[in-house]
Write a protein of this length. Structure first.
Lengths: 322, 523
């Protein structure tokens, strides 16, 4: 009778238990599957069965990524899956290891490329990554999306690709608007159409894109310097002003517009210059007012000291009378 | 005005496309929309168009500069920036957006199929509107002086013109009578030429050229010129591959990628169809006969999908992927009937019915206390390829539309269940009977029923069935994700609507419908 099991027997037991105590019992038991597959991989390696060891390791990384969900975990899974020759793996159902490797790579890439992005991102280094990722999603369209099936998620790779293309255009538009609002508007229009094709808007950037496009495509003529500017809120602003009927009738119908109700158009250079001068005037008034307050404070302080002295003297006299 | 000079040539009053001006005939047929027009009406339309373009240009540029010959180039460039760029830009934005939306879907609709549901349809009048808009932009082209201005107006002309041609194509596809693929090809050819002038969209030019070849190839196939048709399909495939590589690098057309990918698939499907027609030459008298059978199959498929659309939510139209499946199945059966082992087949009999083979890996919980464990089992079952025609049973009796492997339970004692020694919930008979399916041929004399559902639809059906089993077993079945892989042609007989499957008990036979109705569906 054998007292200790052979490593090959241990490997087979771990492999079987990975399914019986992990995979087959559903997602809450997948951490168990990771542990058993990892052990199986170690035992298979110790008996020299490198193929089975790599397969067990790939399955361990898959169920680890499914429970952990980080970019690094999916990247690890993709690499481990790529190490084994394309075969059908039992992951609760039959799935191709090559497909899983590719999909894990897409998921990892997605988590990295879309992290820390919002509607105002200007990081152009993300643009090509997002476009590459979009292509990856377009390429997996039509294949068995096992990685998403395991996560009980429905995904339309094509729509996701459109969304990523929209994000890429939006970031590019944000980065060029300062130098070239014309190009920015064209890119925003592309982004808006891609978001429309995507349907869903998980990051909530679509409506902001529309309002940016509307603002950046507007032209205004500066009331002060007469220069024409594109991009409301960025290259020109409107400043409150008292506009007489006469001024409105005489100058209010220019194209592009130079006034809006009780506001006049000011290019950002004029507006910032006016703001700077206004700030300086305000600061001078502030300094002047502060000096006057300090002088008043001094005067009041000396009076208070005199009154306090008088009170002290009166208190002494009252005490002496008592 | 220089711009107006380009409208000395004739244009079609119906779609706005250019007409051959040299033809001295009373009635001229437009090569782009196929509508015949009286020369008198065409000339009247050209006068109207000139007035329209002249009026539009006059409304944009300062009155004194309408006669552009008298305006120097610096002033023209200034007029372009001050008056033209904004006006063109506001229209170009919506034209480009429309173009992006239309071109994100495949722009080829194969013969006999309805336009796909993803196909963005625009009204027939849109073509005239866009080609007229292109004429208006052309009227402003002489104001552009710098490279940037020329590129800008060039983009506007290319976008509006190609959108006009695409609208014409959509009109052709939506025709209920026979579609003229040759006319569609002419439109694609012109759209390709238009895009060639715009360097930032070279991928778009390749795509349009590819589609011109694909539609031309389809016209040749319908005429029976199979050799030329195949050459054209191969040319289309090459051009579309080039387009696919180019558009993804050109941001303004990156969203075209999935449309092109689908078109590449459709080019492959059309090649399958050419191969099928070639192969069937040995058992049908002519190409029209084979195409007639294929038409019947496509229409049947659309009918089946429309019946099941409420339950499976797959829509009632075909799509590029489905058409690929349809064409591939048709070709494989044509090959199999010439004696080639090109299909999976089991059994023998008077009729061959397509079913989808599903691999099932299910697990169930067995044992109690510390002996509790999850047991996994491999099984196989068939999903009837006709199940969508019996859509009333999909939700109510899903087990009738598959080989119901859970209808016969394996026997296990109480102690087996307590100790965790239960090995299976099914008998394994499905696994054994369907385990040895091999490639084979089909007899050319027996009727064959092709599958009327896709792999994805069969997959949904299999999942509905497993979900019903799970409910019936009150949670004992833990994981069971069927995976539908291949089509199997089951040779046998149909008794009262049930298809006999070799090796399985009659309680597992799937329902395929009335035999007469089934024979109607054979190809």
């Amino acid at each position: 009778m054998k007292l200790f099991k052979e490593p090959s027997e241990k490997a087979e037991i771990e492999w079987r238990e990975a399914y019986e105590k992990g995979v087959n019992l559903g997602p809450q038991k997948w951490p168990e599957a990771v542990r058993h597959f990892s052990e199986a991989s170690r035992h298979y390696a110790s008996v020299g069965d490198s193929q089975k060891s790599a397969e067990a390791y790939a399955l361990a990384t898959l169920f680890y990524a499914l429970t952990n969900g980080t970019a690094q975990a999916w990247d690890g899974c993709s690499k481990a899956m790529s190490q084994i020759p394309d075969s059908q793996l039992n992951v609760g159902f039959s799935a191709s290891s090559a497909n899983l490797a590719n999909q894990a790579s897409v998921l990892s890439f997605d988590l990295t490329a879309t992290s820390m992005i919002d509607g105002n991102s200007q990081d152009v280094s993300r643009v090509s990554a997002l476009r590459d990722l979009a292509q990856k999603y377009m390429d997996i369209q039509g294949s068995d999306l096992a990685a998403w099936r395991l996560q009980r998620q429905e995904i339309d790779p094509q729509r996701r690709a459109f969304y990523l293309l929209g994000l890429a255009s939006l970031i590019e538009a944000n980065s060029v608007v300062d130098a070239d609002p014309k190009k920015s508007v064209a890119l925003l229009s592309e982004a808006a159409t891609n978001f429309e094709l995507a349907g869903a808007d998980p990051m909530g950037v679509s409506s902001g894109t529309h309002s940016k496009m509307e603002n950046f495509s507007k032209f205004g003529q500066c009331w002060f310097c007469g220069r024409e500017m594109q991009g409301q809120g960025l290259h020109y602003v409107t400043l409150p002003a008292t506009i007489s009927q006469y001024t409105r009738q005489r100058y209010g119908s220019t194209t592009p517009h130079n006034m809006e109700e009780d506001h006049v158009v000011a290019c950002e250079s004029c507006a910032s210059s006016i703001r700077n001068v206004a700030d300086e005037v305000a600061r001078a008034y502030y300094d002047q007012a502060l000096a006057q307050i300090r002088a008043l404070e001094q005067r009041l302080n000396s009076k208070i000291v005199a009154i306090e002295r008088e009170i002290q003297a009166l208190r002494g006299r009252v005490n002496s009378i008592r | 005005m220089i711009g107006i000079q380009s409208f000395q040539s004739l244009r079609c009053p119906h779609c706005g496309a250019p007409l051959p001006g040299t033809i001295d005939m009373e009635v001229i047929t437009c090569e782009y929309c196929g509508v015949a027009q009286r020369r008198l009406d065409i000339e009247k339309y050209i006068e109207q168009l000139k007035t329209d373009v002249y009026g539009w240009v006059r409304s944009i540029v300062p009155a004194a500069s309408v006669n552009i010959a008298t305006v120097d180039s610096v002033a023209r460039a200034q007029i372009f920036e001050q008056s033209i760029r904004g006006e063109v830009g506001s229209r170009l934005g919506s034209i480009n957006a429309q173009l992006m939306k239309i071109a994100a879907s495949p722009l080829f609709v194969p013969p006999f199929a309805h336009p796909f549901s993803s196909y963005a349809m625009v009204g027939a009048a849109y073509s005239k509107e866009m080609l007229t808009q292109a004429a208006r932009f052309q009227g402003l082209a002489s104001f552009a002086q710098s490279d940037d201005q020329n590129a800008y107006i060039g983009e506007a002309i290319a976008s509006s013109e190609s959108l006009g041609y695409l609208a014409n194509i959509m009109g052709i596809y939506s025709e209920p009578s026979e579609r003229s693929y040759r006319t569609a090809s002419k439109n694609f050819e012109s759209a390709a030429k238009t895009f060639q002038a715009d360097k930032s969209r070279s991928g778009a030019a390749s795509r349009m050229a590819g589609l011109a070849s694909l539609t031309e190839g389809t016209a040749l196939l319908l005429e029976g010129d199979l050799t030329m048709a195949k050459d054209k399909m191969m040319e289309a495939d090459k051009l579309l591959s080039a387009a696919q590589g180019e558009v993804i690098r050109q941001p303004s057309t990156a969203s075209w990628y999935p449309g092109i990918k689908a078109e590449k698939g459709l080019a492959g499907s059309m090649t399958c169809l050419v191969d099928a027609v070639q192969a069937s030459g040995s058992f049908v008298p002519n190409h029209a006969e084979t195409l007639g059978r294929f038409e019947k199959y496509v229409k049947g498929f659309e009918e089946a999908r429309s019946k099941a659309s409420g339950t499976l939510a797959m829509g009632s139209r075909l799509d590029a992927e489905t058409f690929k499946d349809v064409a591939t199945c048709f070709r494989d059966v044509c090959f199999a009937r010439t004696g080639n082992p090109s299909v999976n087949a089991i059994g023998t009999g008077g009729i061959w019915v397509a079913c989808w083979l599903a691999e099932l890996s299910y697990s169930f919980e067995t044992g109690a206390l510390f002996m509790k464990k999850g047991q996994s089992v491999q099984e196989r079952f068939l999903v009837s390829g006709m199940f969508e025609f019996s859509s009333q049973y999909i939700a109510t009796h899903p087990q009738a539309l598959v080989t119901d492997i859970f209808s016969v339970r394996s026997e296990s004692s109480f102690s087996d269940r307590f100790m965790g020694r239960e090995k299976t919930l099914t008998t394994g008979i499905g696994f054994a009977a369907l385990g040895d399916i091999r490639k084979g041929s089909l007899p050319s004399s027996s009727p064959v029923v092709l599958p009327f559902c896709t792999r994805l639809e069969a997959d949904k059906m299999a999942n509905i069935y497993i979900e019903r089993v799970r409910q019936r077993m009150q949670g004992k079945l833990r994981v069971g994700m069927p995976s539908v892989g291949q089509i199997v042609y089951v040779g046998g007989s149909v008794k009262e609507g049930w298809l006999s499957v070799p090796g399985l008990p009659s309680s597992m036979y799937p329902y395929v419908g009335d035999e007469d109705a089934l024979l109607e569906r054979t190809v």
